[in-house]
Design a protein around this ligand. Structure first.
Ligand SMILES: Cc1cc2nc3c(=O)[nH]c(=O)nc-3n(C[C@H](O)[C@H](O)[C@H](O)COP(=O)(O)OP(=O)(O)OC[C@H]3O[C@@H](n4cnc5c(N)ncnc54)[C@H](O)[C@@H]3O)c2cc1C
Length: 432
């Protein structure tokens, strides 16, 4: 047999993994490249940040997923450019990778919307590293306040979550539970009742993609769980110890969780391909890049057209389905068959608010709330999690937390000073 066509897939997230798996039976050599040696299940990152799950529960080594796929090799590396003429991909500090077919699936990155101080002091929740840093920081603030309760006046126990989409709602709900149930027992000497969780949303409702009934349910549930919900409000400035809102109100807060939105990965710009105003790569209805034969885009980094001429949202099902579609397109192209347009099948959307509380909107107008929606949410997330061990571990953690109201992963990791210097208590968040 001659040399097989070389397919390079950049990114081992939801989209890239779908492409790689879909090519298992095609007569091609696949190289899957990712800057990490693991794939991350982002929808559960907030549970790592709030000490409900361990980092290894929501991530899986990429190599471990492909033991049986003989036509695939993995390369850990950071793609930083391309030579289109030579059809070679540049990887930072490594030899180039030649390709016949290229799939770009690098996802998105956090965006600060130009808010003053946000990049310096707010904590994003996009990668596993972010989630561990946020967990360290939250636990660290409680330890600091326990050692010196006067820090509470300075915002040590005030947690502002920016962005009322699913990630913000989930994080705020989980934080409120962590404080009210777990920290109340962990810090008996501390006035934990003074801790505040504030959720800020620029629109007049939470959970933008949901129907008004679900939105109200989420808001009421969070308020009942002591989350302060501020709608029609934006953050104008973040400093080390405070948040200034658009109405001028300044709240002392040492933790600002940034769940306000994402933008396409900057690699999209570096590749020299046409991008939308939001930085996403322009693709045709068949997910091919116009005027670049053999180049495809899947997932968050692509401006993937929907049925009504709209652009599909940056969600895991879009990434998975577009990835599976591109794998088939590559097969069709190799067989000399015509390409097909991508059709997204919307199977509904759901968000959890906390223990026995979630909203789900399913096809056919079926809407669930409360415990039933929560069980559906738990089941679906287990189903999509990579790896049997991870599923078993997450299930065990959830069952344990449900029965004991405990959060087992309350660990501050990383080097800690033996005795914090006086100014360490006010050190920038980024150093945690
Ligand atoms: C906190 C959070 C919660 C979410 N919750 C939900 C949810 O509940 N439901 C839902 O449907 N969606 C959710 N999403 C969105 C969902 O995770 C994304 O839509 C999905 O991950 C997109 O898949 P992707 O393959 O395009 O990108 P990703 O899954 O982000 O994968 C991109 C991959 O590319 C790699 N990469 C990036 N740059 C390079 C480079 N230069 N070189 C090599 N590799 C690179 C990254 O390491 C990563 O592994 C959530 C997102 C976040 C951040």
């Amino acid at each position: 047999m001659g040399v097989l066509p070389q397919v390079v897939v950049i990114g081992a997230g939801f989209g890239g993994l779908s492409v790689a798996r879909g090519l298992a039976k095609e007569p091609v050599d696949v190289t899957l490249v990712d800057r990490h040696n693991f794939t991350t299940f982002q929808p559960l990152l907030y549970q790592v940040a709030t000490a409900g799950l361990n980092p290894a529960d929501v991530a899986h080594p990429v190599r471990g997923l492909f033991h049986r796929q003989k036509n695939l090799r993995f390369r850990q590396g950071e793609v930083d450019g391309v030579d289109w003429e030579a059809r070679r991909l540049h990887l930072a500090g490594q030899r180039d990778l030649p390709f016949d077919q290229l799939v770009v699936a690098v996802g998105a990155v956090v965006t600060w919307f130009g808010v003053a101080g946000a990049a310096d002091w707010a904590l994003p929740l996009y990668t596993l590293d972010d989630a561990v840093k946020l967990r360290n920081h939250i636990l660290g603030r409680f330890e600091a306040a326990d050692a010196d309760p006067s820090l509470i006046d300075d915002g040590a126990l005030t947690f502002v979550v920016v962005g009322g989409g699913p990630t913000g709602v989930e994080t705020a709900g989980a934080l409120a539970e962590l404080v009210a149930v777990v920290f109340r027992r962990d810090y008996p000497q501390l006035d934990v009742g003074r801790a505040r969780v504030v959720l800020v949303e620029a629109r007049d409702a939470l959970l933008a993609p949901f129907k008004p009934g679900s939105q109200r349910h989420a808001e009421e549930t969070l308020r009942a769980r002591q989350v302060e919900v501020r709608l029609d409000e934006t953050v104008a400035e973040v400093t080390e110890h405070s948040v200034r809102f658009s109405d001028g109100d300044v709240v002392p807060a040492q933790t600002v969780v940034w769940a306000a939105g994402v933008t396409a990965h900057p690699l999209a710009g570096k590749l020299g391909l046409e991008t939308t105003r939001g930085g996403r790569i322009v693709v045709d209805a068949d997910l091919a890049v116009p005027d670049q034969p053999g180049v495809w885009v899947v997932g968050d980094v692509g401006a993937i057209p929907g049925k009504k001429g709209d652009t599909l949202p940056q969600l895991a099902p879009v990434a998975m389905q577009s990835g599976a579609h591109v794998a088939k397109q590559i097969g069709r192209e190799l067989d000399g068959k015509p390409l097909r347009p991508f059709r997204f099948h919307d199977k509904g959307t759901m968000a959890t608010i906390g223990r026995r509380a979630a909203v789900a909107e399913l096809p056919g107008g079926l809407r669930l709330r409360g415990t039933l929606a929560w069980i559906a949410w738990l089941f679906l997330h287990l189903l999509y999690l990579a790896g049997l061990r991870n599923r078993a571990s997450v299930l065990l953690n959830w069952a344990w937390s449900y029965v004991t109201w405990d959060r087992a992963a309350r660990l501050i990791l990383g080097a800690q000073p033996e005795r914090p210097a006086a100014d360490a208590l006010t050190a920038p968040h980024r150093q945690t």
